[in-house]
Each structure stands twice: as structure tokens, then as C-alpha cells.
Design a binder for this molecule. Structure first.
Ligand code: NAD
Ligand code: ZN
Ligand code: ZN
Length: 389
């Protein structure tokens, strides 16, 4: 089959690889109908995710038609159309039973490596390094879906791919970011990053009753999409974000601050962003947490900092003094996607949201290598890419 494969920093290739096979009785194989590029894939493209191997098939936002099922699959049959959550979960361990699917303790065969780095291992993920299981990703013609009857969501025929594909990741992720904020009527929520995840966080915060959403980025079309949802916007290159948020909230700070940027924050935003960039480039640091620092400093006393932007290692100069003395609550996770999928599908079916609003680029899978670049560089108005094999 054809697939997008990683070969090093900035090097994604459209290549022929072996077809996936059923390896376990709880596997299913799908013929991919649509697959998207995620901001998390950009960390792989940027070479900042360790333990990738040359030739690894990437991608974790995928849907398609079931073409083969293992002998223990009961919920799915050949011909079903499913969206696949990016987190691989057994459905039956200590964590899965509590709804913490991204903490599944059975799906990372390379646990030891993750335990060394993080103390404990999270779930395995599709197409996201050997540290997280070494599973082949979904930017391909076919995908093997382990534990396919856990979470893989059956899609009713009246909904098209573009309306439901993002249930695999960015819609639940943006929704979780807002959910973490335990929004009360009239709350002000500040959101750093108006990429695809930030866009879903903005709309979710409004769906959950926020009085005011203030969205921060510098890319004009992303800020404009945020405004069209009802957010006020700030450009971090045009103003001092701390001062602006203070002024907009009468000196108190937003009730909750969402970091939807993560480890690859713009390196020119501030002095600490430049220092982060130099440290990572010289192997003196693992991450660039400028946005997290700023979100903590900006948040009101006893407010919530909700972190969905991804970080990998040991972050420098996080203002814990500010957080503890002012009673901040911090929430964060790789999204336990399966927990949110059914209720969000319900919101789509009721017409409360149509997730396809974020798509700017539609193309065949073979265009993947150049689209990674377009998406990374935010060229050509690119906000979200959907590819069809
Ligand atoms: N927690 C999860 O489960 C999960 C799931 C999906 C994605 N993510 C993460 O969410 C993050 C965003 O993903 P995306 O797809 O929207 O990516 P993206 O790269 O398209 O968007 C990031 C946005 O942040 C903006 N930005 C950069 N520096 C900034 C700053 N200083 N202040 C404000 N905005 C700034 C960029 O201009 C860009 O628009 C990534 O880190 C991704 O890995 C996490
Ligand atoms: Zn993702
Ligand atoms: Zn489990």
C-alpha cells in the first residue's frame, strides 16, 4: 500500500510499504477514506519527538471502512464506517475502566522506555514514535486498528467524513481543554494558539457557556476564524499579552487560561522564547514552554490553567511560585478520546457544531510531503489539511 513515512527532520515521503495484517484477534483493518495532519505531527516533522525510526508510517487522525476483523471483534463488522481515536486503549484495565483511556496500561509494548523518561507509561498512540508503542499510523491506504472494538466510533451514513473525522483527536482535545476549565456563566477564557486545536477549544468554551473568549495568535487568517466563532483576539506580536489581558479583565486576569500551543511556541514572541530556542538547539533543554509560563502569570487567583499543547520532557523556569501562592489549578492530558467521542458525535448530529469549518486544504495522500510543509509554515492560508488515499 501507499503511505506517508518519516525519514528525519523535515523529511516525509509518500512510499510503498507492506499492507497491514491482523496480528491479534482484537484487531481490525480499515481502508482509509480520510486522514488529517495534526499539529502533533509537526513535532515529528520538526524532529523533536525522540525514538522515531526511518520509514515509520505517521498519522493519527483517521477514519475508514472496516475490511477485515479479528476473531474476537464483536462490535464491528465488515463494511462499518468508523472513526479511530488516536489513543490505543484496551478498554478493560485499571485506567480504561475509569475513563482514562490515554493512560491505558496494556497498549504500549515499549513501556520500559516511557517509564525511564516519565516514571510511568501512557497508552500507545498511532504513528507517534517507538516510545509510544511503535504503531503504524493512519496516513496510509490501510490501517491496523488494535482493540478496534474499544472506542472506534461507528458513523451513521448521513454524516460525511469531513463532519466526523476530527472526532479522532482535535475536536475532543479542544473540548477537553474547555471542559477542564469548569466554565461558569460569564467566565472569561483566554486561549493561546488559534491552530486547529485552539479553534475547537474556542468553540467548545462558547458551547459550554463562557461569557467571553479571548484568543491569542499572530496568524491573520487564524485570528479571523477565531473572531468568526465569537472570540475577541490578540496578536502576540502586536501587544504585550499580559498587559492586554489585565486591561481586558479589569486587572484581575482571565478565569481560565488554555495552552493550545505546546512545545513549539513561536521563537520570536519574547526574550524567554528566544532563550528556550537556544537551549533546545544546544541540547541544554527539552522544550520551549513560553506559552505555559505566560498562561500561569496571566491567570487570575484560584483560576485554572488547562494544558493541551504537547510537551515532552523537563521544562525550565515554570513559575511554580506564582501557581502555588495564587491557588491555580492545573489540568492537562493527552486526550482520553474515547471518553468524549459519543457525546461530541451527538452534538454534531444535533447540528450544534460542524467540525468541517476548520478545513482549508483537501488533497490526495500523495501530496502529503508538500502539505506538511505548507501546514508547518502556515502558507497559503493553511489551517487544516485533509487527505484522501
Ligand atoms: N493533548 C492532546 O491530546 C493533543 C491532541 C492534539 C494536538 N495537541 C497539541 O496541541 C497543540 C496545537 O495543535 P494544532 O494542531 O492546533 O497546531 P498548530 O501548530 O497548527 O497551532 C499552533 C498555533 O499556536 C500559535 N502560536 C505559536 N506561538 C504562540 C504564542 N507565543 N502565543 C500564542 N499562539 C502561538 C501558532 O501561530 C499556531 O497557530 C500542539 O502542541 C499539538 O501537539 C495535543
Ligand atoms: Zn493529534
Ligand atoms: Zn486499558
Amino acid at each position: 500500500m501507499k503511505a506517508l513515512c518519516w525519514h528525519g527532520k523535515g523529511d516525509i515521503r509518500f512510499e510503498t510499504v507492506p499492507d497491514p495484517k491482523i496480528e491479534n484477534p482484537r484487531d481490525a483493518i480499515i481502508k482509509v477514506s480520510s486522514t488529517a495532519i495534526c499539529g502533533s505531527d509537526l513535532h515529528i516533522y520538526g524532529g523533536v519527538i525522540p525514538t522515531m525510526k526511518s520509514g515509520d508510517v505517521v498519522g493519527h487522525e483517521t477514519m475508514g471502512e472496516v475490511v477485515e476483523v479479528g476473531s474476537e471483534i464483536v462490535r464491528l463488522k465488515i463494511g462499518d464506517r468508523i472513526v479511530v481515536p488516536f489513543t490505543i486503549s484496551c478498554g478493560d484495565c485499571f485506567f480504561c475502566r475509569r475513563g482514562f483511556f490515554s493512560g491505558c496500561e496494556r497498549t504500549n509494548p515499549e513501556k520500559g522506555m516511557a517509564e525511564k523518561l516519565w516514571g510511568h507509561s501512557p497508552a500507545g498512540l498511532f504513528g507517534y514514535s517507538h516510545l509510544l508503542g511503535g504503531y503504524s499510523g493512519g496516513q496510509a491506504e490501510y490501517l491496523r486498528v488494535p482493540y478496534a472494538d474499544v472506542g472506534a466510533l461507528k458513523i451513521p451514513p448521513q454524516l460525511d467524513d469531513e463532519q466526523v473525522l476530527f472526532l479522532s483527536d482535535i475536536f475532543p482535545t479542544g473540548y477537553m481543554a474547555a471542559d477542564f476549565c469548569e466554565i461558569q456563566p460569564n467566565d472569561t477564557i483566554a486561549i493561546w494558539g488559534c491552530g486547529p486545536v485552539g479553534q475547537f477549544a474556542i468553540r467548545s468554551a462558547l458551547l459550554l457557556g463562557a461569557g467571553r473568549v479571548i484568543a491569542i495568535d499572530t496568524v491573520p487568517e487564524r485570528l479571523s476564524l477565531a473572531r468568526s466563532a465569537g472570540a475577541e483576539t490578540l496578536d502576540f506580536k502586536e501587544c504585550d499579552i499580559y498587559d492586554a489581558l489585565q486591561e481586558m479583565t479589569h486587572g484581575r486576569g482571565p478565569d481560565a487560561c488554555i495552552d493550545a500551543v505546546g512545545t513549539e511556541a513561536d521563537a520570536t514572541a519574547s526574550v524567554d522564547s528566544v532563550i528556550d530556542r537556544v537551549k533546545v538547539a544546544t541540547f541544554m533543554g527539552t522544550d520551549r514552554p513560553h506559552v505555559l509560563r505566560q498562561a500561569i502569570q496571566c491567570c487570575r487567583n484560584f483560576g485554572t490553567v488547562s494544558i493541551v499543547g504537547v510537551y515532552g520532557g523537563f521544562l525550565d523556569k515554570i513559575p511554580m511560585g506564582s501557581a502555588i501562592n495564587r491557588g491555580l489549578k492545573m489540568r492537562m492530558a493527552q486526550t482520553p478520546v474515547q471518553r468524549y467521542m459519543p457525546s461530541l458525535l451527538d452534538r454534531i448530529e444535533k447540528g450544534e457544531i460542524d467540525p468541517s469549518f476548520v478545513i482549508t486544504h483537501r488533497a490526495p495522500l500523495s501530496d502529503g510531503p508538500s502539505l506538511y510543509k505548507t501546514f508547518r509554515d502556515k502558507k497559503d492560508g493553511c489551517i487544516k489539511v485533509v487527505m484522501t488515499p
